[in-house]
Design a protein around this ligand. Structure first.
Ligand SMILES: NC(=O)c1ccc[n+]([C@@H]2O[C@H](COP(=O)([O-])OP(=O)(O)OC[C@H]3O[C@@H](n4cnc5c(N)ncnc54)[C@H](OP(=O)(O)O)[C@@H]3O)[C@@H](O)[C@H]2O)c1
Length: 298
């Protein structure tokens, strides 16, 4: 059924109708916004057109159709490939870029936009498409505060938790990569754990209660507590709980057992090397967080 388009609402364009772009356009349609869409493969717009979206014939027409343009393509390279042939179609418009990439790509795009008098916000979506439009969905934004505040009600259509991080356009992707690094590190550890367990035919389901207990009572408290955050900030690694000597040995046991059981453990060797170096330098009684000294930008 067609959604009712409310012409008092800001007209918007969504460029890129992959899994995420379709969810973004649907959220606008649900909110009653006149919505223009464009995608390289035009057939992906069919469902949105049936719900009331207008399909632009060209990328330039899509940009010219609305004062606010949301872009969500696979990479910054793809985005610039599409943007570079434009002449002045974007000038005076607001461009909100939700494409994933690196902080420097976002900062360079902000410079590119300023040179063309395009008002630019960069954003990072911390959710899967099914979560777009929910009150708790977190999306980071960076750029001019005035610009963000003027468009915050519109951007909250995508997710109620629209977090403004300041005028650095690179901040959203820095936060995004920080969280993703935590995710991939923990998921790799989870999969390594199951590689261990599979050598004795222990199923993931059987192990689940213990994994849940460990995550909730040991892992989560150790990386989401103010004392650990303060230790990193103050570079004060004193501990009476679990020191580098103990954790270095723990890593050695994992690496040795992995070898015995024929499981790859290469990913842990750089971490072990840092811990061993710091122990050799006399920091064995410090907390494991001292490893941060070897990782942080000096
Ligand atoms: N999906 C998620 O869960 C999620 C979560 C957070 C952030 N994101 C970010 O959102 C962005 C889009 O993700 P997605 O899941 O929607 O990806 P996707 O489903 O793979 O869609 C990719 C989009 O990029 C377009 N594209 C790729 N190469 C192109 C080219 N050479 N020229 C023109 N268009 C091109 C595709 O067009 P065609 O349809 O023509 O191929 C499509 O619109 C990514 O940066 C992703 O990291 C996604």
């Amino acid at each position: 059924m067609n959604k009712i388009i409310n012409h008092d609402r800001t007209a918007v364009t969504v460029i890129g109708l992959g899994n995420m772009g379709v969810a973004l356009a649907e959220a606008f349609l649900k909110g009653g916004h006149p919505t223009t869409v464009w995608n390289r493969s035009a057939n992906k717009a069919d469902g949105l057109v049936a719900k009331g979206a207008a399909l632009a014939a060209t990328f330039a027409d899509a940009v010219a159709a609305s004062p606010v343009v949301i872009i969500c393509l696979s990479t910054y390279e793809v985005m610039h490939e599409q943007l570079s042939p434009l002449t002045d179609e974007l000038s005076g418009r607001v461009l909100v870029n939700l494409t994933s990439g690196t902080p420097d790509q976002a900062r360079n795009t902000a410079i590119w936009a300023a040179e063309r008098e395009v008002e630019y916000l960069d954003g990072a979506i911390m959710a899967v498409p099914q979560l777009i439009g929910l009150p708790e969905t977190l999306i980071f934004y960076g750029g001019s505060k005035t610009l963000f505040e003027a468009h915050a009600p519109l951007l909250r259509v995508f997710g109620g938790n629209a977090a403004y991080l300041g005028d650095d356009h690179g901040a959203p992707l820095l936060y995004d990569l920080a969280l993703l690094t935590m995710l991939y590190g923990s998921v790799y550890g989870y999969l390594h754990a199951h590689a261990f367990l599979s050598t004795a035919n222990i199923s993931p389901t059987a192990f689940l209660p213990f994994a849940t207990n460990w995550v909730n009572h040991v892992i989560a408290p150790s990386i989401t507590n103010p004392d650990s955050a303060r230790a990193l900030e103050e570079r004060n690694y004193a501990t009476d709980v679990s020191n580098l000597n103990t954790n270095k040995l723990g890593l050695e046991h994992i690496i040795r057992a992995s070898k015995e059981l024929d499981i790859p453990a290469e990913w842990l060797k750089p971490l072990h090397a840092i811990a061993a170096q710091q122990v050799a330098e006399g920091y064995g009684n410090d907390a494991f967080e001292r490893v941060f000294e070897a990782l942080r930008k000096s």
